[in-house]
Design a protein around this ligand. Structure first.
Ligand code: ZN
Length: 199
């Protein structure tokens, strides 16, 4: 799934706060957004491995969620939704496409790395690839309730994220072709810095 879908899903995790603890809801939405973003900061260094922890984020999220329930504060709620967002992202990547330059071809057996079992989890392709039309449908579906639930500063974040999702979906295949055309022209000194899927 593309990054906009992950950050919107992370935000929506905090929806129950609107009723349960409205004063903490903005913190929860922001933390869920950042949690959904965090794993993909490894985009250019060991993607879906360095910062993707489908097992460990989930395990850590449980005591963090319990702490937020027992002693709700900006800190406990922030930490809990950061971990929940990162856990959901890492697990959700299993249901997308594999790690390859053109994931719609379906040649990769690597979706996300499981550090616990020390092996790659194969892609299940519920969403065929990041930026597929069903991925955009997910982003739209997640943003509808968010637009009702969040207040103005965060509402602009949701709308901006959705705009990025639309542009990315429209350009997704062309971006891969541009990368395929440009990479062979780069001097070999760049090799160590290129993601494995680009070689
Ligand atoms: Zn990811």
């Amino acid at each position: 799934m593309m990054l906009p879908t992950h950050v919107l899903a992370g935000m929506l995790l905090a929806a129950p706060l609107v009723r349960a603890a409205p004063e903490l809801a903005p913190v929860g939405f922001a933390a869920g957004f950042l949690g959904g973003l965090l794993p993909d900061l490894d985009m250019y260094t060991g993607h879906r491995r360095t910062l993707h922890y489908p097992v460990y984020y989930s395990v850590l999220a449980m005591p963090a969620a319990l702490a937020a329930l027992l002693s709700p504060s900006a800190v406990t709620v922030g930490v809990a939704f950061l971990l929940l967002g990162a856990a959901l992202h890492s697990v959700a990547d299993m249901y997308g496409g594999g790690l390859e330059l053109r994931p719609w071809e379906g040649n990769s057996d690597r979706a996300v790395y499981d550090h616990h079992r020390e092996r790659w989890i194969p892609p299940r392709r519920g969403v065929r690839y990041d930026g597929a039309v069903e991925d955009l449908a997910l982003s739209v579906g997640l943003s509808v309730p968010l637009l009702v639930l969040v207040d103005p500063p965060l509402r602009a974040v949701v709308i901006g994220t959705l705009a990025i999702a639309v542009v990315y979906t429209a350009l997704r295949r062309r971006l891969a072709e541009i990368a395929a055309a440009v990479i062979p022209l780069l001097p070999s000194a760049f090799d160590p810095y290129l993601p494995e899927r680009y070689r």
